[in-house]
Write a protein that binds this ligand. Sequence first.
Ligand SMILES: [Zn+2]
Length: 262
Amino acid sequence: MRRKFRNIMIVLGAAAASCSVLAACGSTGSTTETTTTAETAEITTEASAATSEAATDAATEAAAAVDYMILVNKENKLPGDWEAKLPITKIQNSLGDDVEVESGAYDAYLKLKSDLEKDGVKVDLDSAYRSVEAQQEIIDDFTVRYGEDYVKKYVAVPGFSEHHTGLALDLYLNIDGKDVYMNEDMVKYPEVWEKIHAKLSDHGFILRYLEGKEKITGYNYEPWHIRYVGDVNVAKEITDKGITLEEYLNVLPKGDVAPPAE
Ligand SMILES: [Zn+2]
């Protein structure tokens, strides 16, 4: 409930205009439905088991089948068979919310997290994998609540959110022992984000929605939305060049994908 309440608060607040919470990072509503395919359930590793060698091996093996360079954005849809074969790790964050992440990305995230802790920076996972089905539920819910025009403008179309891949992670901060997870609060700590961004590529992550690249990514700047690309060298190249995943893959938008002005 807390999560749902939080998202509604975001929607009602001025931050809704940023659209980031809805479109890219999305209000999730119910992300934690337990219905998964048998296939997914088999390779699901619980956080508590993640430390056991067997679970880690299974996750590593399953993750080997994942295309970490997949491009999902406003013009590129998630492949239809993606979710069924996605190895997922389920955890609970400090807010008590259930979060699901692609298993290889989660292993990398844990290393990033402990690396950051050495610098006194504490992060946690707000949201990562979100199913196409959950995104449709958001559309239905928000259409009733705010109307069709609003939904068209701010909510990602099911199948076209990077969060479906399980490789996009939304971070939140813990500052002086206090969780900071609302977008409008998180942006008050640019110096903390700078430290976080500086370590992303060391662990195979990139900052996904860069400032000034809105017409390419389709999203406004989001310091919290990071993307696992599965390879430290690739992450470093993208980061060092200051380019987007679209530019790296040479798949630029054909139409106007620019987000609504803030
Ligand atoms: Zn996000």
